[in-house]
Design a protein. Structure first.
Length: 116
């Protein structure tokens, strides 16, 4: 059974870096695209970033472009989200997801709170 587990969330001051990790216990990590999504209180879940199977193609939401970086380590079955210059508006529960034609597997999320 595929299990995605996020970690690295917490309380951070605006401008301070934070790195989220998502470990995949499955054996097909390197065959799937990986994505990060987030959900703020009272809002719908929204796309943050995605990295391709090869790791060579990345896409970002406009709201995080230039501040966040997604990467993956196939040897560790882990995808990362480096959050540089986070802002209070980035406060949310962050989820990682795995998929090909759609997002088939999701983690339980990790809370990120950015204080001003």
């Amino acid at each position: 059974q595929v299990q995605l587990v996020e970690s690295g969330g917490g309380l951070v001051q605006a401008g301070g870096p934070l790195r989220l990790s998502c470990a995949d216990s499955g054996r097909t990590f390197s065959s799937y695209a990986m994505g990060w999504f987030r959900q703020a209180p009272g809002k719908e879940r929204e796309f943050v970033s995605v990295i391709s199977v090869s790791g060579n193609v990345t896409t970002y939401a406009d709201s995080v472009k230039g501040r966040f970086t997604i990467s993956k380590d196939n040897a560790k079955n882990t995808v990362y989200l480096q959050m540089n210059s986070p802002e209070p508006e980035d406060t949310a529960v962050y989820y990682c997801a795995k998929g090909s034609t759609g997002w088939s597997d999701w983690g339980r999320g990790t809370q990120v709170t950015v204080s001003s």
